[in-house]
Design a protein around this ligand. Structure first.
Ligand code: ASP
Ligand code: MG
Length: 413
């Protein structure tokens, strides 16, 4: 017997029929003798509908009142799912955030969980009840209802799993797991049996469609084994977990991530002397613009070019900031390019395998793709390339690193 926290998202509880299906699934786990805490989102579209109602009254409602409104969506699904379970002869009980006492700070609409009181839940679980808990909400010290930010039910589930020391936190959604890359780009993309927290975070551009990234961070911090599964298809899903040293062989690369969210700026011909990078990037930081990849190279005439990337949406603002600075520094030219893409290979196996970078560059060279910038971390190598080559690059890398093949040791999953 194990204690499992299961989370069902908005589409999984989007209609009465779906709620019945979820109840059937939960009933099967119950019959196997597991202790179950089920976290639900609001029915799909409901949170947006509620936001619309609020906006129809006031453009910027007081956040406290918004939270009172938004938290109702999840209260509806907890009650309906509990009823569906009761109808199947299962003792089930709904809980909203304040009834559990999911204590948060008072940052309405984006509250952070501080503490969860697990006593009542444990008592009910020990009495054989299935608990259905409202996702996305909590209560502050003064009893005000708070919400955790959009998609926050994943975080609720992970936090409950941590507080209850659950054996596993299962996130049921509309995909059957985490893939080596986006199957819409690579036909042969494969579902991973397991991936580490670190890899999942680095795969964020893929993974965020599956799981709230904040929930993955939370799970990693408290070592909560997290599993992504399809709500209505059977299968093992993908286990997100700590690195397992006992695994016979860790694949070097877990997956290929990519995104088109960045744009590139180059300041050409500035003096090569102390303080110049700071003069350029300092004001960018002050303008609250996040910088990702940075490359600087020095020419023989004692001048240097500095290239960096920012979020694509920030490009106009970054350019405006830089135009002034480029003039002050007597830069030869300021260039920008938003037709770029970032492609990354991700894998903890990189730590113990040499040659990943050269294999990556070789695979790109073979299909004639020019690399504009390179950046590495311990478990990721990213390149910036021309946007129109992004899909070609992802396919070339996916096959070069053998991700379309089944891993050696399937049984270790
Ligand atoms: N219902 C909330 C939202 O739509 C929370 C969630 O679904 O996780 O953002
Ligand atoms: Mg959702």
């Amino acid at each position: 017997m194990s204690l499992i926290v299961q989370k069902f998202g908005g589409t999984s509880v989007g209609s009465i029929e779906r709620i019945q299906q979820v109840a059937d699934k939960v009933a099967r786990f119950h019959a196997e003798g597991h202790q179950l805490v089920v976290v639900v989102s609001a029915m799909s579209g409901e949170t947006n509908r509620l936001l619309g109602l609020a906006e129809a009254i006031q453009e910027q409602p007081v956040p406290r009142e918004l939270d009172v409104l938004l938290s109702t969506g999840e209260q509806v699904t907890t009650a309906l799912l509990s009823m569906a379970l009761n109808k199947r002869g299962i003792a089930a009980k709904s809980y909203n955030g304040s009834q559990v006492r999911i204590l948060t700070d008072d940052a309405h609409t984006k509250a952070r969980i501080r503490e969860i009181d697990n006593r009542r839940l444990h008592a009910d679980l020990d009495a054989g009840q299935v608990l259905v808990v409202a996702g996305f909400q909590g209560v502050d010290e003064n009893g005000n209802i708070t919400t955790l930010g959009r998609g926050g039910s994943d975080t609720t589930a992970v936090a409950l799993a941590a507080a209850l020391q659950a054996d596993e936190c299962q996130i049921y959604t509309d995909v059957d797991g985490v893939y080596t890359t986006d199957p819409r780009v690579v036909d042969d993309a494969r579902r991973l049996n397991r991936i580490t927290f670190e890899e999942m975070l680095e795969m964020a551009s893929m993974g965020s469609k599956v799981l709230q990234i904040r929930a993955v961070e939370f799970a990693g911090k408290y070592s909560v084994p997290l599993r992504v599964l399809h709500s209505f298809k059977d299968g093992p899903g993908t286990l997100i977990t700590l690195e397992d040293a006992s695994q016979m062989e860790t694949p070097t690369i877990a997956g290929i991530a990519f995104n088109r969210d960045e744009a590139k700026l180059t300041v050409l011909g500035v003096p090569d002397m102390p303080g110049v990078a700071y003069r350029i990037l300092g004001p960018i930081g002050e303008a609250n613009i996040e910088v990702d990849v940075i490359v600087q190279n020095v020419a023989e005439d004692n001048s240097t070019d500095l290239t960096f990337t920012v979020g694509r949406a920030d490009l106009p603002r970054a350019r405006a900031v830089l135009e002034k600075i480029a003039a002050e520094l007597h830069a030869r030219e300021l260039r920008s390019d938003s037709k770029i893409a970032k492609v990354s290979v991700v894998g903890v196996g990189m730590r113990s395998h040499a040659g990943v970078a050269s294999q990556m560059f070789q695979a790109l060279a073979e299909v004639g793709i020019n690399i504009q910038m390179i950046t590495t971390s311990e478990i990721k190598i990213s390149v910036i390339i021309e946007e129109k080559f992004m899909e070609l690059a992802v396919r070339a890398l996916h096959s070069s690193f053998g991700l379309d093949r089944e891993p050696l040791d399937e049984s270790a999953a």
